[in-house]
Design a protein around this ligand. Structure first.
Ligand code: OGA
Ligand code: MN
Length: 290
């Protein structure tokens, strides 16, 4: 990196902006360390002015953090770069070029996998003049704000996460979301994770259930599970835990799926919005010690 970059926290709770950074230039180990620490600490990093970033450099930078996932929706991977998932509302020859309804519900990317994603990097390519913001909710602060009795109750619980349940729900709303083949379905079978997870970088605890992918709490009867999840969802998405990202030309946003949930707010359908995402594989989530 030629010019020294600067990391500017938005506030104490969530998010920081990285300025003077060129993601095309390979990072020295000390710089990588600095970014990595800031990532663990702030959970959302907004890299400004990445207009010139090319797919290969986006992938190479992401790989520094771990192996990359190839998304199960194979139709929407960038040609020649399957590590990049296209998130878009644009059409070519009547066909969507990307996942149109990506993330229009609170979720943590790939929480439905045995090894959920540790982080995602979303690069803006075409932005709408209006709307299209992405919300991030810190699940560290959300956990910390729970009454001690609730923290103790949730500590030993586990929950099921399912991509297939979510894909079916989205397909019921829109014909633009393809069904998966039987072989693809086998790669996204439901999986069980602790409701509270401990962040491997910081030791902080976070709520790890979401409206998007969590189907039920394993240890509870159905009605109790539904009520408890509804209570958690209402708690974990309060304004005080949220950073609202309004996309600016050149932005690349990297978020920590172990620490935050996110939500696409959507934009007017006649305005084009296209972003490219890499998804870093993470570790098996670990719950609190009994
Ligand atoms: C994603 C996602 C939100 C958005 O790409 O993982 O949820 O605002 N995107 O596009
Ligand atoms: Mn997402």
């Amino acid at each position: 990196m030629v010019a020294p970059f600067e990391i500017r926290p938005f506030n104490e709770v969530l998010g920081a902006e990285v300025v003077g950074f060129d993601m095309r230039v390979p990072l020295a180990d000390a710089e990588f360390d600095q970014i990595s620490k800031a990532f663990d600490r702030h959970s959302v990093l907004v890299f400004r002015d990445q207009q010139q970033l090319d797919p290969a450099s986006h992938i190479a930078f992401s790989r520094r953090f771990g192996p990359l996932e190839i998304h199960v929706q194979k139709k929407f991977l960038l040609a020649g770069h399957p590590e990049l998932l296209i998130v878009s509302n644009e059409f070519r020859d009547g066909e969507p070029i990307g996942l149109v309804d990506a993330g229009k519900y609170w979720h943590s990317d790939l929480s439905y996998k045995p090894e959920p994603s540790m982080g995602s990097l979303l690069h803006s390519r075409t932005l709408p003049a209006e709307g299209g913001d992405t919300l991030f909710a810190t699940q560290h602060a959300a956990y910390d704000a729970l009454p001690a009795a609730m923290q103790a109750r949730l500590g030993p619980l586990t929950a099921e996460h399912s991509y297939l349940a979510r894909n079916a729900a989205q397909r019921a709303k829109s014909t633009l979301r393809p069904d998966l083949t039987e072989a693809e379905k086998q790669t996204v079978l439901p999986t069980v994770h602790p409701v509270i997870r401990v962040h491997p970088g910081t030791g902080r605890k976070a709520l790890f259930v979401s409206e998007g992918f969590t189907t039920h709490i394993v240890e509870l009867p159905e009605d109790e599970s539904r009520d408890l999840l509804a209570e958690i969802h209402a708690h974990q998405t309060q304004d005080r835990f949220i950073y609202r990202h309004h996309w600016v030309d050149g932005d690349l946003v990297m978020w920590d799926n172990r620490a935050v949930m996110h939500l696409a707010t959507g934009c007017p359908p006649d305005m084009a919005r296209t972003l490219y995402r890499t998804t870093i594989r993470g570790p098996v989530p670990v719950g609190p010690a009994p």
